[in-house]
Design a protein around this ligand. Structure first.
Ligand SMILES: [Fe+2]
Ligand SMILES: [Fe+2]
Length: 380
């Protein structure tokens, strides 16, 4: 039985703004959050290293690519957040460029308010990255337990260490260079919970390595290009060199495994990918920022959606996910007699199918790798 949109994402219309905004974090003061991970820990007695050569190569690469978040980044850099906001806005053509503000709550905003919005937006964005990184930390620890192959357990253990560094450096940047934190966005939290709760080991990979990390790699790349703040630029450079390996880990692990699945099992993977894509798109509306700025959230979101670069930015976030789903066979699984595959239809509805022939991330990590001398502690 085909699942409806309501069953998959809790609403009939993907673009139902009321429904999207009605999902909010009602527990902003909670200090810990518990999720059942429903999985069996698997031992393997087959210790033959390199039985999966591509994973083995990735593991060897990871061992030599560790950087130190405390000592390799220039934490003594002075960061003037307001100046950074202005510099970023200038790169995008100026504050509120291309938006028609007449009759909106923003009509009377002065430069100070726009700068404040920029600061809040940055606080929000990096906070969500930090929460997502913790999601990756937990997911990868789970993969160490649940994946049946020794080469994958070895590799996943290096990713656990990478994710610890990522959480650490985002948290430190927020604490020492920016002007406030945000709790986890409700859409992101739902997605992370769903990924962790699923008992099937490959769903952790699909949700985290393919979807969440695929989006993160694209988003980090965008901000890395845009920002002129040298500490953040360096931080993102390091993190991206790791993330490219992580996404490759997902692609290389799932590629063979998906060959063995039945049509019904593949359909469940397609549905999960779709749900994840929608949750991530929803989270980028950054509803909590508008609340904090004291403007009507729905009006603000509608206005932002019309901004000229917005569509481009939003779809760019899927530039890694779509080709990777294609490589895994998920786009076209179930295609029949001129009827396209289910996920192809859904990605078309989401307006992101155009990325299907972009480079996938199975090998791209070589290109992202840090060069000799790029990390201080590795050249000593
Ligand atoms: Fe990460
Ligand atoms: Fe990662």
């Amino acid at each position: 039985m085909a699942k409806t949109h309501e069953e998959l994402i809790g609403r009939a219309d993907i673009n139902d703004l009321e429904a999207i905004l009605s999902v909010t974090n009602t527990d902003v003061n909670e200090a810990i959050h518990t999720v059942k991970d429903n999985a069996e820990a698997i031992f393997t007695w087959d210790y033959q290293k390199g039985a999966r050569p591509k994973l083995n190569r990735l593991y060897e690469k990871a061992k030599g690519s560790m950087w130190n978040g405390e000592t390799d980044l220039p934490w003594d850099t002075e960061v003037d957040q307001e100046a950074v906001v202005l510099a970023n806005a200038a790169q995008m053509g100026g504050i509120a460029a291309g938006m028609d503000l007449a009759g909106t709550p923003f009509e009377k905003w002065d430069e100070k308010q726009w700068i404040q919005l920029g600061c809040e937006s940055q606080n929000w964005t990096l906070s969500q990255f930090m929460h997502g990184e913790q999601g990756a930390l937990l997911c990868t620890a789970k993969i160490v337990e649940t994946v049946p192959w020794i080469d994958a357990k070895y590799y996943a253990s290096t990713q656990v260490m990478d994710e610890a560094r990522h959480v650490e450096v985002f948290a430190k940047y927020l604490d020492t260079k920016l002007s406030g934190h945000y709790p986890v966005n409700a859409h992101l939290k739902m997605l992370l919970d769903d990924i962790i709760e699923d008992s099937r080991w490959d769903m952790t990979y699909l949700g985290m390595q393919i979807m969440v990390e695929g989006l993160a790699l694209a988003a980090f790349g965008f901000i890395h290009q845009l920002t002129t703040e040298p500490l953040l630029k360096q931080l993102l450079r390091y993190v991206m060199s790791d993330e490219a390996r992580h996404v490759a880990f997902g692609v290389l692990s799932l590629q063979d495994y998906y060959q063995e699945l039945t049509a019904a099992e593949l359909r469940e993977r397609q549905e999960f990918a779709f749900e994840a894509a929608v949750r991530m798109r929803d989270r980028f509306l950054q509803q909590e920022v508008w609340e904090r700025m004291g403007v009507p959230v729905k009006d603000a979101v509608q206005l932002v959606m019309q901004a000229p670069e917005r569509q481009g930015f939003q779809s760019m976030l899927f530039s890694k996910i779509v080709p990777n789903c294609k490589k895994l066979g998920l786009l076209d699984a179930g295609a029949d007699k001129g009827k396209p595959g289910w996920l192809r239809e859904k990605f078309t509805e989401l307006g992101v199918i155009a990325f299907e022939d972009w480079a996938d991330t199975g090998e791209e990590y070589e290109m992202f790798a840090l060069a000799n001398g790029e990390v201080a502690s590795q050249t000593a």
